[in-house]
Write a protein that binds this ligand. Sequence first.
Ligand code: BEZ
Ligand code: FE
Length: 301
Amino acid sequence: MQDLDSTQITEAAIAQMANTPDPRMREIMEAAVRHLHAFARETRLTPDEWLKGIAYLTAVGQACTPYRQEFILLSDVLGLSRLVNVMHDAKGREEVGTESSLLGPFFREGAPEIPMGGSIAGTSTGPEIVIFGQVTDGQGQGVPEARIDVWQTDADGLYDLQAHDPSVMEMRGQLRCDAEGRFHFRTLKPLGYSIPMDGPVGAMVRQQNRHGFRPAHIHILVAAPGYRELVTALYFGDDPNIDSDTVFGVSASLVITESLALPDAPVPGVPSVRYDFTLSRETEGGGGRVGSDPSRLMPAG
Ligand code: BEZ
Ligand code: FE
């Protein structure tokens, strides 16, 4: 019979898992146990606090639906999603590709096709802007006919899913670049918005005296055969929360400002943003979509 003190219990738990056949799973679970135990020792966690933590995680699970992933939101507000993205970028970009950002919960497959220069606004109204640029590889060569998916809030800070019934797709679209990877489209200047605050994650954010807002941004997904899919977002530098995004999605390289003075703007007289996206080759490490798309977690069929 083992008589385990507060340190030996960690080694005993790890020893019981030593026969896990999948080496990566063994590595992850061993580290999880080591860090969880160290956390409990460091904070001198009491049984009451342990139970509160269990009740909290139970509530997070109960808040999940096919359209809402509260666990991913929890990961987002704790900075874990951003950390995983940053490590994935460092592995794959070799310092050449555009930085990634969170996919967020509002991506939808099958957005309307937009012709070159078309608008994603649908019936939404507000200040118009134009986004243009080129999709290139790491050597600066245009990537022919790359596909761009774009989605954002309207000028009131609402995604279509929040503003309408789910049959309406607005403020989102897919377009195809030309043979040199160039693109331009019209949209509205989005407004920043609050993450969903009506569940256990929102309750925690409020308890921590955090504002819960994301700065105004445009989500962009760029895909082309032979290249890693890029999931990123462009953030408006004039948003008051640009330095305090609740989910830590902003990087300096993704901050934009619209201007009426860009010489190569395709639509003169409309404020424009030029942003060029650089894709990494599929072989340059990892691959696949990084982000929080709840549809990936739904059971198949
Ligand atoms: C978003 O960008 O839409 C988003 C990302 C993470 C959490 C909530 C919203
Ligand atoms: Fe968003």
